[in-house]
Design a protein around this ligand. Structure first.
Ligand code: FES
Ligand code: FES
Length: 154
């Protein structure tokens, strides 16, 4: 039987009925058509599906959609401002060449956001730890670490 949930998605209040077995990733991509959040492994191991839940990064592929009830979800679509301007973290990823295929990038950027919100001046080790759950097969991690540093003003 469907259940009603209410939550904030990228700042907007949402109320909807969903099947209780849905994952948060299925809710975002299949029901709400927010398809920039990607599915990689589907098993909580690659971080491609990362979104922010009350400011913390979660793997949406293994997170029950029912559990967002009463909470705030931010996807990569929510990082750009109302005028469509990129977030400084997104700009830094572009500037430092931290993006190639873009499959991992939405999750990588959101993990960077969670890290920098909690720790505005992370060390390199802290950055590497902060993005450890996000796998990238293309760039190597040096540019990603540099982009995180630049976004933190270091
Ligand atoms: S798709 Fe969710 S962790 Fe890989
Ligand atoms: S740019 Fe990250 S997997 Fe390709």
């Amino acid at each position: 039987m469907n259940q009603t949930i209410t939550f904030h998605l990228n700042g907007e209040a949402v109320r909807m009925e969903i099947e209780p077995h849905l994952t948060l990733l299925q809710l975002l991509r299949d029901k709400l058509e927010l398809t920039v959040t990607k599915e990689g492994c589907g098993m909580g191991e690659c971080g491609a599906c990362t979104v922010l839940l009350d400011g913390k990064s979660v793997n949406s592929c293994i997170f029950p959609a029912m559990e967002v009830d009463g909470k705030s979800v931010i996807t990569i679509e929510g990082l750009t401002n109302a005028q469509g301007k990129l977030h400084p973290i997104q700009k830094a990823f572009i500037e430092y060449g931290a993006i190639q295929c873009g499959f991992c990038t939405p999750g990588m950027v959101l993990s960077a956001k969670a890290l920098l919100d909690e720790n505005p001046k992370p060390t390199e080790d802290e950055i590497r730890h902060g993005i450890a759950g996000n796998l990238c097969r293309c760039t190597g991690y040096l540019q990603i670490v540099q982009a995180n540093k630049a976004a933190s003003g270091q």
